[in-house]
Design a protein around this ligand. Structure first.
Ligand code: NAG
Ligand code: NAG
Ligand code: NAG
Ligand code: NAG
Ligand code: NAG
Ligand code: NAG
Length: 197
């Protein structure tokens, strides 16, 4: 009989199609070990821990979404230290399928477009639809709290002063070529994922 054979082939084909969303699809998550995840079960906050300078404590400096300008219909945010931007309109973050979101209690959710080499980690808040760039994952660390990764890297983040406002912002793969921040103020950090709010 030919029919069951065709059915088997069709089922096999469907099986492979259905299996695709189950595979971790986010850029770089796979390379960070089997326990790296592109989705967090609960909301969390981030804290920056120095990797070369002494730390005040093992949790790190709390991060918030700091201002980064606006245009008609949209506001922009970056990851800033709470110490340099003492305001917190998005008290928690969420990670869903590699997309990073700032959760607001009063306004619109902030949606992250990620970063490119040498730039801030960017967010946009708008009443229109905006899409998250699926580039983040959370990686368990044997040394302490889990770490946030971007594009498969946990070790490319720095804190740098943006100069005039003295806002200390998270930069991905910092470079001396940027006018967005003063490179000589940069120091490397990892972004620890703090849960239990
Ligand atoms: C992943 O997590 C499991 C359960 O906690 C642990 O046994 C295993 O060693 C972890 N694997 C890696 C690569 O960290
Ligand atoms: C990291 O080092 C900088 C510069 O010395 C300091 O301002 C900051 O508080 C340190 N971060 C922590 C978490 O201690
Ligand atoms: C130490 O950790 C606490 C708890 O996360 C935080 O509120 C505080 O700002 C940290 N201290 C520094 C200097 O970063
Ligand atoms: C940074 O540059 C490298 C080399 O060109 C590239 O592979 C990588 O995707 C870039 N990272 C980001 C986040 O754009
Ligand atoms: C960092 O950026 C430089 C270009 O400025 C690029 O050559 C390098 O590959 C980047 N590193 C990573 C880890 O993407
Ligand atoms: C950049 O920071 C360094 C060290 O704090 C400072 O000496 C320099 O004047 C700053 N440059 C600019 C253009 O603000």
């Amino acid at each position: 009989m030919v029919f069951p054979r065709i059915l088997a082939i069709v089922l096999c084909f469907l099986g492979s199609v259905v299996a695709i969303p189950v595979m971790p699809s986010v850029a770089g998550c796979d390379s960070l070990g089997t326990n790296a995840s592109d989705t967090a079960a609960r909301p969390f906050t981030l804290a920056a821990l120095n990797t070369t300078l002494p730390n005040a404590n093992s949790t790190g400096a709390p991060l918030v979404l700091g201002q980064n300008g606006e245009i008609e219909g949209a506001e922009f945010e970056v990851l800033s230290t709470w110490a340099s931007f003492p305001d917190n309109d998005w008290p928690t973050l969420s990670l869903d399928t590699g997309g990073l979101y700032g959760n607001s209690q009063t306004q619109y959710q902030a949606v992250s477009s990620g970063a490119t080499n040498g730039t801030t980690v960017n967010f946009m808040t708008t009443s229109r639809t905006s899409y998250a760039n699926q580039v983040f994952c959370i990686v368990p660390s044997p040394l302490g709290l889990p770490l946030l990764a971007l594009d498969g890297h946990v070790d490319e983040f720095s804190l740098c002063s943006n100069g005039k406002e003295s806002q200390n912002n998270v930069i991905y793969n910092a470079t001396h070529k940027s006018y967005e921040y003063n490179y000589s103020t940069c120091y490397p950090v990892v972004l620890q994922v703090v849960e239990g709010l």
